[in-house]
Design a protein around this ligand. Structure first.
Ligand code: ADP
Ligand code: G6P
Length: 489
């Protein structure tokens, strides 16, 4: 790709994801405040600096009127974002319903919540129809903005029909699809009434990417078992058309964290936090308040640790920062009350007039506050029941160059495959094991902490989000060239 002056121009990219990197809050009829959206997908895609990228997605807000839509479109244009407007019913059926009450728990092996099973079965078809309709709306906006030569990169479980709709419109479009969650065993995927249609639609893409080899393998075996297609070492073949399937483990922009730690305001904040928790070891959890993150299990393990280790009771504090997410989905509402109940009970049991063992915050922290907290932490607890990758574990490691804190990490997070040798791996369902790991981590000798940290730090600093994006896009470009060669033969 060359400009007229001979210098290579940046690859043009249309990034399509349900969630835009900024969410909008209405401040007046035609005025909007934009805030950075939470979640690993947004964090990872901050690594797209090397591309000429535009982002298409939902701004997380219902805007029924044209004046508001026009004003928001203009405000977002400055951020190179193009909004999709979903009405309330669509959000209810597509986002809260099919995406977050069906696909999300199923892809994380949590099944469909007991009391919702019949209701979900009854509303399945209407939610699935809304899902397809929403995917069509995304496709229409992509078509409007697509220029020949653009690479279209579709993201996540919200948009499994998008590759099919885009290829039906223009078979020459370069289309990639990446899943940020686990892809479950075919035994789980086959529970979905729409299992075949979903797989076929994804297979319309030229390249399909996952965080780990296991997820890629599960996808290929779902295609073989459910669709009867042939799985090859490169991907899945259907009547001579090969869809390349591969693992592209994601990373973070670690330099952003290291730079932030040098800033005077972050250093001051670190000093304040150290004074505030002087004499106590700091343990940290940072998660969206989601059932996949295993927050109740983590807190119960901490309780068990306090029960079994009375000498630690006034020498350790757990800070759990949990940003509310998907708050209209009943399962998430139940989780919030459950977590509050457990935290209240444990603080009542082990708290004193001057200190409580758990500080639980239902909110997001800004980037600098988060960096300071990561840096002063002694033990980070990531106990996801399942997690595509988990970037919080990477962020913690990036901020620990001086402290060399310990990472306790769920074996069910994708990150266990990359940070497993440096972290203490645990089964989050086993509170006895997690409690024992907390004890081990708090008492770990300095040389072992150093060794474990170095292992993880090396990984985090050599597998960045920039490299992840560049590898995916370059492989997508190669896939197209290979396909052209095959057609000519
Ligand atoms: P997920 O993609 O499921 O949200 P990840 O761990 O991969 O999980 O990514 C979460 C991202 O959201 C990280 O970049 C993390 O810093 C951010 N995040 C999560 N919880 C909070 C919070 N309470 N405050 C600020 N940022 C948060
Ligand atoms: C995960 C998903 C993302 C999603 C994020 C936040 O990281 O993989 O697609 O954007 O969670 O969830 P939300 O529903 O708020 O977009």
């Amino acid at each position: 790709c060359q400009r007229q002056d001979g210098r290579p121009s940046k690859q043009r990219l249309l990034v399509v994801a349900n969630r835009l990197p900024v969410s909008a809050i209405r401040r007046g009829e035609d005025s909007w405040q934009l805030e950075v959206s939470a979640g690993g997908l947004v964090t990872a895609l901050l690594g797209l600096k090397e591309f000429d990228a535009k982002w298409i997605g939902w701004a997380g807000v219902n805007v029924p009127d044209e004046v508001g839509q026009r004003a928001l479109t203009n405000a977002l244009a400055e951020k190179r974002c193009i909004p999709i407007f979903l009405d309330e019913e669509m959000v209810h059926q597509y986002y809260n319903g099919y995406c977050n009450n069906i696909l999300w728990p199923l892809f994380h092996y949590l099944g469909i919540p007991q009391e919702d099973r019949l209701a979900t079965t009854r509303s399945f078809q209407s939610q699935f129809d809304a899902y397809k309709k929403a995917n069509q709306m995304f496709a229409e906006v992509v078509k409007e903005h697509y220029k020949e030569g653009d690479v279209v990169w579709c993201h996540d479980y919200h948009l499994m029909f998008l590759p099919k709709y885009l290829k039906e419109y223009n078979n020459k479009m370069k289309v990639g699809w990446f899943l940020h969650t686990p892809f479950p065993s075919s035994e789980i995927h086959r529970m979905l009434p729409s299992r075949s249609e979903l797989l076929r639609s994804v297979l319309a893409a030229d390249l399909v990417g996952f965080h780990t080899y296991d997820y890629a393998r599960h996808f290929v075996s779902a295609c073989t078992r459910i669709l009867g297609l042939e799985g090859t070492p490169e991907g899945v073949e259907d009547q001579g058309k090969l869809t390349r399937v591969a693992a592209f483990p994601i990373g973070i922009d670690y330099e952003r964290f290291i730079r932030a730690l040098e800033l005077p305001q972050v250093q001051n904040h670190m000093k304040e936090l150290k004074q505030r928790f002087a004499g106590r070891k700091v343990m940290l959890g940072v998660d969206r308040l989601d059932m996949i993150k295993g927050i109740p299990q983590k807190i119960l393990a901490f309780e068990k640790f306090l029960e079994e280790n009375p000498h630690w009771r006034d020498r350790v504090v757990l800070l759990q920062i949990a940003v509310p997410t998907r708050t209209d989905v009943p399962e998430y509402q139940k989780l919030t009350s459950q977590v509050h109940e457990i935290v209240g009970r444990i603080n009542g049991k082990f708290g004193t007039l001057t200190a409580v063992p758990i500080h639980h915050l239902d909110r997001s922290l800004d980037f600098h506050a988060l960096c300071a907290l990561y840096a002063i932490t002694d033990v980070a607890l990531v106990t996801s029941l399942r997690d595509g990758m988990n970037l919080v574990s990477y962020e913690f490691v990036a901020c620990q160059a001086s402290n060399k804190g310990v990472l306790i990490l769920s074996e069910f997070a994708g990150a266990a495959q990359s940070l497993g040798a440096g972290a203490i791996l645990v089964n989050p369902w086993n509170v006895t094991e997690v409690a024992a790991s907390i004890s081990y981590a708090l008492e770990m000798p300095a040389d072992e902490r150093e060794k474990r940290h170095q292992h993880n730090f090396k990984h985090v600093t050599t597998h960045t989000s920039q490299e992840w994006a560049a590898t995916f896009v370059s492989e997508l470009n190669d896939t197209i060239v290979e396909a052209q060669l095959r057609t000519r033969q």
